[in-house]
Design a protein around this ligand. Structure first.
Ligand code: SF4
Ligand SMILES: [Zn+2]
Length: 370
C-alpha cells in the first residue's frame, strides 16, 4: 500500500482570500432572479402558507416573512430571497469550518447569504445572520458561477457556512448538484435546525456536515431563539445514518454550556448515537455581539471538556480557537503519536494516506481522505 508523508507549509498560501467578484450590488434592492419559489411549504386555505423547511414551521400570512427573514408569502406562494446572492464569499482552509477528518489542507470556497433561523446573541457572524438580504451587500453569484469560481480558485470543496445554510436551501441544493457534476465536493456547517425531508434530499449531494451545537440542553436552545435541542440531535442522527461524513462542534460558553453535566451528556449521546470515532471540536468562546459580559472560555475549561468527552469514550476530541494547543492535532489510535499536526487552521504534517491509514502503524483513521 502506497503511503505518503506530506509536510505542508501553508501560512502564506492559505491566508483567507476575499474574492472580489464582479457584480457587487449596493445594499439596496434585490434582483428578481434572486427570488425563487421555495421548495418546501404547504398552502393553507386562508391564503397563508406553512414553511416546512425547518422545525419552526412558520405559518406566514400574505405579505409577511418567516422568522428567518428571507422567506415571504406573496399570493399564497412561499418565496426565498436568497437564491444566488451571497453576502460572503471567501476561500478558506477546510480546517476553518472546522473539518479535521475531511481532506486536510484542502481549500473550500465558502459562501453564505443573509439570514438565520436561530438568534444567538453571541453570533460571530451577526452582521450576516441577523440581517435581511436587502441590508447586506450581495454578490451576483448564481450556482453555475459558484462552481466556476471554485474551479478558478482551485478549491476542491464548496462550503455552505458562516450564517445558516438551511435558510438558503434552494441555492445550496442547486449549487451542490452542479458541483458534484464538476467533481467538486460539498460541505455544510449548520446549526442542524432543518426538517428531515429537506435534509435527506440535500444529503444526496453533501460530502460532509458539521453540526454546530450551542450547548446540550433545551434551556440553551430556548435562549438562542426559542429552539429545541431534540431537532438538532435528530439532524445529526439522520446525517450519521446516511453515511455522509459528520463532525460535531460544541461552543463552550462560560455559564451557559460549560457545565460538566451538559458536556458529559453530549459526549454520551455522540458515542451512543453517532459513534465513538465522530470528531468533536470544543470551541473557545470569545465575547461578541450582545454577549460581551462573559469572559473568553478559560483554556482549562476546554481541556476539562475534552477530558470528559474522552472519559465517555470519544476517540477524536479537539480544542479550537486556541492556536498552538496540542489538542489541535490528530493522534494516531495505534501509537498515540501525532498523525496530523496543525496550528490554527493550517496543516503542518500529515501522516494519513489517501485511504485513511496511518503511514507509521497502519491503523485506520475514519474520515474522507481523497
Ligand atoms: S426556514 Fe424560515 S420561514 Fe421556514 S420555518 Fe424556518 S424560520 Fe420559518
Ligand atoms: Zn499510527
Amino acid at each position: 500500500m502506497a503511503m505518503r508523508k506530506k509536510i505542508i507549509l501553508v501560512f502564506t498560501a492559505f491566508a483567507t482570500i476575499a474574492i472580489l467578484y464582479q457584480g457587487v450590488l449596493s445594499a439596496t434592492g434585490l434582483k428578481k432572479k434572486w427570488i425563487r419559489e421555495a421548495m418546501f411549504y404547504e398552502k393553507l386555505p386562508d391564503g397563508s402558507v406553512r414553511c416546512t423547511l425547518c422545525p419552526r414551521r412558520c405559518i406566514i400570512p400574505e405579505g409577511e416573512r418567516g422568522y428567518c427573514q428571507v422567506r415571504f408569502n406573496k399570493g399564497g406562494k412561499l418565496y426565498t430571497m436568497t437564491y444566488g446572492n451571497p453576502a460572503a464569499v471567501h476561500v478558506d482552509p477546510i480546517e476553518k469550518k472546522p473539518f479535521f477528518h475531511f481532506l486536510p489542507g484542502s481549500k473550500a470556497l465558502s459562501i453564505a447569504t443573509a439570514g438565520c433561523n436561530l438568534r444567538c446573541n453571541f453570533c460571530q457572524n451577526w452582521q450576516l445572520s441577523h440581517s435581511t438580504p436587502e441590508q447586506t451587500r450581495n454578490y451576483d453569484l448564481p450556482p453555475e458561477k459558484v462552481v466556476e469560481l471554485a474551479k478558478k480558485t482551485r478549491s476542491q470543496v464548496i462550503a455552505y457556512t458562516y450564517s445558516e445554510p438551511t435558510i438558503f436551501y434552494e441555492y445550496m441544493y442547486e449549487t451542490a448538484k452542479l458541483a458534484h457534476k464538476a467533481g467538486i465536493k460539498n460541505v455544510m456547517l449548520t446549526c442542524g435546525y432543518i426538517e428531515p425531508e429537506p435534509l435527506k434530499q440535500l444529503l444526496k449531494y453533501m460530502d460532509a456536515v458539521d453540526i454546530d451545537l450551542k450547548g446540550f440542553s433545551d434551556d440553551v436552545y430556548r435562549y438562542v431563539g426559542k429552539g429545541r435541542l431534540k431537532y438538532v440531535k435528530r439532524t445529526a442522527e439522520i446525517v450519521r445514518k446516511s453515511g455522509v461524513w459528520l463532525e460535531v462542534t460544541y461552543l463552550v460558553i462560560p455559564t451557559l454550556s460549560d457545565s460538566e453535566d451538559q458536556i458529559r451528556r453530549m459526549a454520551r449521546w455522540v458515542v451512543e448515537e453517532l459513534g465513538d470515532t465522530t470528531p468533536v471540536h470544543f470551541l473557545r468562546f470569545h465575547p461578541d455581539y450582545k454577549l460581551t459580559n462573559l469572559p473568553p472560555t478559560p483554556v482549562k475549561t476546554l481541556e476539562r471538556a475534552r477530558q470528559i468527552a474522552m472519559e465517555e469514550g470519544l476517540k477524536y476530541v479537539y480544542i479550537g480557537n486556541v492556536p498552538g494547543h496540542p489538542a489541535e492535532n490528530t493522534y494516531c489510535p495505534g501509537t498515540n503519536k501525532v498523525c496530523i499536526r496543525r496550528r490554527g487552521f493550517f496543516v503542518l504534517e500529515n501522516h494519513v494516506d489517501s485511504t485513511g491509514y496511518c503511514s507509521v502503524c497502519k491503523k485506520h483513521i475514519p474520515g474522507v481522505w481523497k
